[in-house]
Design a protein around this ligand. Structure first.
Ligand code: PDD
Length: 284
């Protein structure tokens, strides 16, 4: 069955959903995006994603295509018409279509596209029971990774390098320390302390990260926000990643070195349970 996709005010069958060849998202990656998960037909942390979207738009001096309330309604409508129980909603805003020029156009209308991906059993992903393996790779992305732009070529290349190496994902390393995963934030756990890189322009300010660190603090877990090396990570008791699509996902191997027993650790497992419980309760 064809999905219904939202494009600039219309709900259309995916085959009919079209964007101009002059759209600056296509020509220049001049666009931003958000990914929100859906569990039991409800949106997880919509408010967090809407807030970060506005920040990305502001940083790029890009007009908002509509209000946050309207965005919520579009998300809900797509979930309804596509009958998504568990899955993801991708939202993309671009600066719109204009004759090609590096300077921002003065009069372009922003483009807004949303589509769903059904992922039955998203929260019961069996991979979470065995954990994922990662390799490290140089982080050669641009310097504003805090803006969630659609320039995703390097993360795709890093993901392909991971696939070729027979593992699940890559952790990106700059100046000898880990920035984040290809599409997730990275954490290690040592002697009961959770260590994750501090927020800056070097990483995306994960919406899942914010919630997980809040739950960790509420559960009296110790959190240190600082950078760490791959060697420190390989020597950690456990590791994990967070994102809207993976929630909290244990990492059991880094560059061929197994962590601890090579199975998901208790901190990651507990945080995943708390995150899913609490976020389901707060879902809209
Ligand atoms: N990725 N870091 C990067 C580079 C990301 O692309 C993402 C999200 C995250 C985690 O952010 P959040 O917790 O808000 O999802 C961190 C999404 C899921 C994606 O591109 O599919």
């Amino acid at each position: 069955m064809s999905r219904t996709v939202y494009v600039n005010g219309e709900y259309l069958p995916e085959e009919d959903a079209k964007i101009s060849v002059f759209d600056r998202g296509f020509l220049m990656a001049d666009g931003v995006y958000e990914v929100t998960s859906v569990l039991d037909g409800k949106l997880i942390d919509f408010a967090g994603h809407a807030k970060r979207l506005q920040r990305s738009l502001d940083e790029l001096e890009m007009a908002a295509p509509c209000t946050a309330d309207e965005l919520l309604e579009i998300h809900r409508q797509l979930v309804r018409v596509n009958e998504v129980e568990d899955g993801l909603i991708y939202l993309q805003v671009t600066r719109g279509a204009a004759d090609r020029d590096f300077a921002y156009p003065e009069d372009a209308e922003p483009s807004l596209v949303l589509f769903t991906q059904a992922k039955p059993g998203l929260a019961d992903n069996p991979v979470a029971k065995k954990g994922i393996k990662v390799i490290s790779i140089d982080d050669i992305r641009w310097g504003r990774r805090d803006i969630k732009t659609v320039q995703l070529l390097y993360p795709s290349m890093a993901k392909m390098a991971a696939k070729k190496a027979g593992v699940d994902d890559a952790w990106l390393v700059e100046d000898g320390v880990v920035t984040e995963g290809t599409s997730n934030n990275a954490y290690i756990v040592k002697d009961g302390r959770i260590i994750t890189r501090q927020l800056s322009n070097d990483i995306l300010h994960g919406i899942t990260r914010a919630a997980v660190l809040r739950f960790a603090a509420e559960a009296q877990m110790k959190v240190e926000e600082r950078a760490f090396t791959i060697a420190e990570a390989q020597d950690a008791d456990e590791a994990f990643i967070t994102s809207a699509s993976s929630f909290v996902m244990p990492v059991v191997e880094i560059d061929g070195a197994a962590l601890g027993a090579g199975t998901p650790g208790p901190v990651a497992t507990r945080l995943r349970d708390i995150y899913l419980d609490e976020m389901r309760k707060a879902a809209v």
